[in-house]
Design a protein around this ligand. Structure first.
Ligand code: NDP
Ligand code: PYC
Length: 337
């Protein structure tokens, strides 16, 4: 039976757990806000579900829950945020204003987040840049889960990419998608709940197509969306979030990870562009006309619309937390070392 919690109750559950397990106030607050943004928007695979992994990484000493990020300019308009072995949310907060300022000043700016442990959805950082009227793209690599086109061995992470565009009224357009057919977190939740997957998500340990999520997790592989096209996106993400910024590729992250179940060390790449610079004074009216034409097509909605619909409801409705997960988080808080 799931437990119904208000957003405030769930926030306290997460925050207390992080504080009890070695986060300082700033990190506990930042990770909690990230976890709660996912819960509030109906994205449970990157909400409270991730807390046991965050805690495992704190307890094993892989992640420093008191890390204080440092922002530096590597070149004009190219920022490096050194998370110093911490979780991503506080480092993203530290980089946000300098990135916005550089993108406004120059029209385009990039940010490389290094020595970081990312375990969250990417729409959160993209939406916060779009709120400043910038167009933004973000991507991060993970640990091997998918083969390159033609292969059967996992090599690329599930490697998500998010892109956002500001709207004049109403919620921004932000899409955020794994380059795998589905995020691994969704496969884990399907396995937990005993649901079958649609065809095309993964292969079992024998290399045969399967719709059984557990068979994918038990030595199988995930597949990229769209065959070789998704595999090329996954490769691009590796090159941007590791090669370009001097961080670990997915295979390197796995080789150097302590396998505690928490997020490995890696990097994130973010690009921010000011549409007012190239798009001219009427850039917004022009793109609004585009959205209007697109949304007039029957059956069409914008990416992000489902999340924003859920966001409008959860302050009143609260959220459902599986009882086993709720008990696990309470146990991790009460039994903290
Ligand atoms: P989904 O396939 O559920 O959704 C991908 C995107 O497509 C969303 O923006 C969604 O918007 C949009 N979308 C879905 N249906 C429609 C539709 N009918 N019309 C228009 N747009 C639509 O996500 P994934 O399973 O690929 O990824 C889930 C999450 O996992 C992401 O947030 C990602 O960042 C995260 N992730 C994180 C990783 C990490 O290493 N940190 C690794 C891999 C994934 P909407 O939400 O509004 O439905
Ligand atoms: O769902 O694939 C995933 C994922 C990996 C890291 C965080 N989420």
């Amino acid at each position: 039976m799931p437990i119904r919690c208000s957003l405030d109750e769930a926030r306290a559950l997460a925050r207390d757990c992080l504080l009890a397990n070695g986060c300082d106030e700033a990190n506990a607050e930042a990770v909690t806000e990230t976890v709660m943004a996912a819960e509030r928007d109906g994205c449970p695979s990157h909400g409270l579900f991730r807390l046991p992994g965050y805690v495992a990484a704190l307890r094993s000493g892989k992640v420093d829950g008191k890390a204080s990020p440092i922002v530096a300019e590597a070149a004009p308009g190219m920022l490096r945020v050194d998370a110093r072995g911490g979780f991503a949310p506080l480092a993203l907060q530290a980089g946000r204003e300098p990135l916005i300022e550089a993108a406004r000043r120059q029209g385009v700016a990039a940010l490389g987040l290094v020595r970081v442990h990312h375990f969250a959805a990417l729409w959160i950082e993209v939406e916060s840049l779009v709120a400043a009227e910038l167009c933004a793209l973000a991507c991060t690599a993970y640990m091997p889960a998918m083969p390159p086109a033609g292969g059967k061995q996992p090599f690329f992470g599930t490697n998500p990419m998010a892109f956002g565009w500001p709207r004049r009224d109403g919620p921004p357009m932000v899409f955020d998608m794994a380059s795998a057919a589905m995020a691994r977190g969704e496969v884990m939740i399907a396995a937990r709940e005993g649901h079958e997957l649609p065809p095309g998500v993964g292969l079992d340990a024998a290399g045969e197509p399967t719709t059984d999520p557990q068979a994918i997790l038990d030595g199988g592989v995930m597949l990229p969306f769209g065959g070789y096209k998704g595999a090329s996106i996954a490769m691009m993400v590796e090159l941007l979030a590791a090669g370009l910024i001097g961080e670990r590729f997915s295979f390197e992250a796995a080789e150097q990870d302590n396998k505690d179940g928490g997020p490995p060390r890696g990097g994130e790449f973010i690009l921010a562009l000011d549409p007012a610079r190239l798009g001219g004074e009427d850039w917004q009216a022009h793109s609004e006309a585009f959205f209007e034409r697109m949304l007039a097509i029957e059956g069409v909605r914008l990416p992000g619309a489902r999340r924003h619909g859920t966001r409008a409801r959860t302050p009143d409705s609260g959220i459902e937390v599986p009882d086993a997960l709720h008990a696990k988080i309470r146990g991790l808080t009460e039994g903290a070392p």
